[in-house]
Design a protein around this ligand. Sequence first.
Ligand code: NZQ
Ligand code: ZN
Length: 383
Amino acid sequence: MNNFQYHNPVRILFGKGQMAQLPKQIPAQAKVMLTYGGGSIFKNGVYDQVKAALSSYTVVEFGGIEANPTYETLMKGVEIARQEGIDFLLSVGGGSVLDGTKFMAAAIPFEGPDAWQIVANRAKFTKAIPIGAVLTLPATGSEMNYYAVISRQETQEKKGMGNPLVYPQFSILDPETTFSLPPRQIANGIADAFTHVMEQYMTYPVRAEMQDRMAEGVLLTLIDEGPKMLANPTDYDAAANIMWAATMALNGLLAAGVPTDWATHQIGHELTALHGIDHARTLAVVLPHLLEIKKETKREKLLQYGRRVWQLTGTDDELVAGAIQKTADFYESLGIPTKASAYAIPASTVTEVVQRFEARGMNFGERADITPQVVGEILELSL
Ligand code: NZQ
Ligand code: ZN
């Protein structure tokens, strides 16, 4: 097992009725900015619950944060927050609202001339406005990590940022708030969480038994409970299991002491940036093909995953092929196609993505062997 430090300060308030805890989590004198997305919180009653819980606070609202939140939209919120003297940000919605809120938390007090540098060059910042979250979509793990992924329309870029200063102070996870999710978003959430586990597990063994068993536990939970939540979105226990699994998938615990990959996400972000494809769907377009191209270097883990997660038997070669096929089948079973052609991604995109990675001069993967050329091979296989 590799050395690691692990610290996670996020208070999780999990379960039905937890919204009542909200006033205990935010300082009484705080001037709160309530951030939200395109309006789902008005339709499902979450907005009313939050407003009732915040009745004794001064609240300024900033809505319209889009899926794949953009710098352009978020900077409007930053301006308002600066004018209003906001000192607490409450994100109410999915991962996009929360990621956008994390960027705003850093950008509001940022003293440099260009807040995009926080994302583009991971410019250091030393201050951030405190954040709380009410999560309505299990998927990203943003509720218990310090990452955010921000897009810039002007340049068709989508990039990650991360800093412990933007950990939420608390996250309220009430599975009942997910009951209004459409099937597409439930499927996306399951697929995203599944891929997060794979990015931290499907590498090479370092005899980290706890981490491997936990990763396999999260995968098995998603595989068992995901179809139940899709079939019945108001099944509280299915939603609760998926919600906690998605949080566990990306709160840092699975990555402690093990190598990680993240190439699928890096490539996927380019597909969202260029074609606006939902985040989770871009991952399904990449991962099965990445596994095929990298099946020799990932062989030991593919065998373990095939046996323990999918209960496969047979020769080693059959197990490897079966494990990759099961991965693709799982996405497809959620209604998420795994071929680029299903999303009308043209062959010219392969060239463009390869050029983008060449310009950055970076390789990816747990062995840093996913070069721009390998990215091209993976995407070619997906066409
Ligand atoms: O905008 P509203 O109206 O709220 O509607 C949203 C949006 O249209 C809707 N929705 C959310 N909760 C709902 C609901 N509809 C009905 N009922 C509810 N309870 O769902 C749509 C998608 O929401 P979004 O927040 O975009 O989805 P998700 O949570 O999957 O977040 C995706 C974003 O997170 C980033 C992705 O790149 C993408 O930008 N990621 C963030 C990560 C992190 N911070 O650690 C890691 C991930 O790998 C990912 O990259
Ligand atoms: Zn993801």
